[in-house]
Design a protein around this ligand. Structure first.
Ligand code: MRU
Length: 371
């Protein structure tokens, strides 16, 4: 049944996962026998449907258009994009296979610039390919698919581990602000920031979530609110400009966000508006936590200024879903991410534990990189 859908085609939800892969409550991406399916996050929560993907170009387009978004989920999608291309070419001669696969890496790498998980996953797939390059294309294709599954499975495990570490930082009764969506929808499952909330609740802690709506793409209003409401986690939605007032009036006890890339000095790139939240949290002496798997830490980049910030289409700021509410002819800026300096980050929550006051030294210790 799943086989009849072309890349990017739409269908109603149906159970088609591989039994060997872990089943999460929200299956953001799933492997369906011979192709990838991803929830179309552009239309959540008013509609819920999966799109089917069968080659790298289609997956790259899905990432660019934000059918799938969130750093770890983008990495998983890219890994499956490589595997899909390899499977499509598995009966080709070695030269055609190699050229097709090189092109697949290039097209996927160009889809979005900020989340390092995309490049981390592509590097890992490339290393896997290099280790098996002497084998027949069909064998290589199946090895690459296994590697994509491994990246997917490891991401869920990392999120569950970091969720448990982060939950230890939260207290009964805490009201915790989050920005954007760093949930199951942004990962292979469980989530990073929302994974911390899920784990805290599983431990029996009574917490409340406050979700910034996250203009302009509304990941907070549409996606975080949807995930939390689905699971009955008490959640209050606010417009982005309300966070300062809530902090000043004592209505927020902590902030937990995800990240798209952590630089070597501990600076953090995350959804536009995160920096404002961090400055406000500092001003009000509220802890500001950043949750991410180690795959989001980029030790090759010295600081936040070196992280590429994606600029997206003006239409996202002018309105939403095809409706424009801004005045015709106005100029627009749409940087999709900003940088929060390390000094504003109370702690980084990872699968290896909690790193307080992240710094180059701390990150070297955490990641096991040499100087
Ligand atoms: O533009 P998006 O929706 O891909 O941005 C997502 C974020 O900024 C998330 O906070 C980040 O990727 C962490 S997801 C675990």
């Amino acid at each position: 049944m799943a086989h009849q859908f072309e890349a990017g085609s739409r269908r109603a939800d149906a159970e088609v996962g591989l039994d060997t892969l872990p089943k999460e409550r929200v299956e953001t991406l799933r492997w369906a026998d011979d192709h990838l399916e991803m929830i179309d996050q552009r239309i959540l929560p008013s509609q819920f449907c999966y799109l089917a993907y069968r080659n790298a170009k289609a997956v790259a387009e899905g990432i660019r258009l934000m059918v799938v978004r969130g750093a770890p989920a983008i990495g998983c999608a890219a890994a499956y994009g490589v595997a899909l291309e390899a499977l499509a070419l598995k009966h080709s001669e070695a030269i055609a296979f190699n050229t097709g696969l090189e092109n697949a890496f290039d097209v996927l790498a160009e889809s979005r610039p900020t989340a390092v998980n995309l490049f981390w996953a592509l590097n890992r797939m490339k290393e896997c390919w290099a280790a098996h390059q002497t084998k027949q294309p069909s064998e290589v294709a199946h090895i690459l698919l296994s590697e994509a599954h491994a990246i997917f499975v490891e991401d869920i495990a990392a999120n569950k581990a970091l969720g448990a570490h982060g939950a230890g930082l939260l207290h009964d009764g805490d009201r915790i602000l989050t920005h954007c969506n760093a949930g199951a929808l942004a990962t292979a499952g469980h989530g990073t920031a929302l994974g911390v909330f899920r784990s805290a609740i599983a431990m029996g802690k009574k917490i409340e979530v406050i979700a910034d709506e996250t203009r302009p793409f509304l990941q907070g209003a549409r996606l975080t609110a949807w995930e939390m409401v689905q699971e009955g986690i008490p959640t209050t939605l606010i417009a982005d400009g309300m966070a300062g007032h809530l902090m000043a009036t004592g209505a927020i006890d902590a902030v937990v966000v995800g990240t798209d890339r952590v630089a070597r000095n501990g600076d953090v790139a995350n959804k536009i508006g995160t920096y404002m939240v961090a400055v406000l949290a500092h001003r009000h002496d509220i802890p500001f936590y950043v949750a991410c798997p180690l795959s989001t830490i980029d030790m090759s980049i010295p600081n936040g200024a070196a992280i590429p910030i994606e600029e997206r289409a003006a239409s996202e700021v002018l309105g939403y879903a095809g409706i424009q509410w801004a005045a015709q002819g106005v100029r627009v800026r749409n940087p999709a991410f900003d940088i929060t300096p390390a000094e504003l980050v109370t702690a980084l929550i990872t699968e290896k534990g909690v790193l307080e006051n992240p710094s180059e030294h701390g990150l070297l210790m955490l990641t096991g990189h040499s100087e």
